[in-house]
Design a protein around this ligand. Sequence first.
Ligand SMILES: *[C@@H]1O[C@H](CO)[C@@H](O)[C@H](O)[C@H]1NC(C)=O
Length: 361
Amino acid sequence: MVACWHQQLGLLVAAAAALLMTRLLLVSAMSDVPGAITFDDGFTPLFGEANMERSPDGRTVSLTLNRYSGAGFISSHYYHHGFFSADIRLPKDHTAGVVVAFYLSNGDVFEKNHDELDVEFLGNRRRHEWRLQTNVYGNGSTDRGREERYLMPFDPTLEAHRFSILWSSRVVIFYVDGVAVREVPRSGAMGGDYPSKPMALYATIWDGSTWATDNGRYKVNYKRGPFTADFSDLVLRGCPAAAARRDDPAALQLQQLGSDEDDRCAGSEFELMTAEYAIMTPRKRMEMRRWRQRQMLYTVCYDTNRYPAPFPECDVNMEERQKFWEWGESKVVRPRVRARSGSRRRAATATTQQVSLQQAD
Ligand SMILES: *[C@@H]1O[C@H](CO)[C@@H](O)[C@H](O)[C@H]1NC(C)=O
């Protein structure tokens, strides 16, 4: 009997321990992004160092815009393709004119024919939502902007959300919280417009008063500042360009994407293209189309005034395209729950922040 009791107790303790372990594992699996690095492991300050603050563990960087300066950091290497990611939390309240950017570029090396992949956040007036914008440039195609703008299906000022860019030799994919939201496959027709030279990763906050909010109608109001964006779970997974540290851009210019570099980076390219997130299944494409239908405010693919013929990479849905001028920028965000009775109103107020801003239909 005693032995049996002990045995049972032992089992109970073991079960409790196992449960605790599972919990611990789950928690760490959720909070640890595979491959997330510290600031010092991959980045250097770019500008406004006084407005940059790092957490003691080096895993979160806060960038502030005040009336004196914005701030930014840059990867210590240029990369031949890769997967780049950050969990980003945006500043609250009145942020008109504020731009937060997370992007790849080699504009400081190739002034005339640079490449660029943008994830940009455009601030807004109080009670108006931040916009997310993506863009693609290749070999100086700055007169052929490929921008798209979206509403985010959450309030990006409440907590951090994950924004990622995959750039391989074959495709560019943008992700929001792990969901692919834009896919730009490389094609012969795209030619040099597909980014092909090594790029560095940037994170910045700056004053975009001249254009960011309603074409510059609403400017940064520094009385409502300072404005701080947090970047954490930074991921840089790619093949660093040989001999091309930021302090030696000339080396990069000479190097470009020679066949030696292709060989050296072949393993990392293979890893990149066979990673789970890089494989676009029919189900992921469906999820992407749904996300775009709900969240997209603007795409060059349907802007026939600007581009009578769509770009080769556009996935054109004729029905959506025909109605573009109806849904386009006219989409608005409103709380899903509309107040009718008193109790409903209270419920609506309570959930507005959480449910955060579904579009009116
Ligand atoms: C990129 O631009 C440069 C100069 O502007 C040009 O010589 C080169 O052929 C272009 N490359 C591609 C791949 O189009």
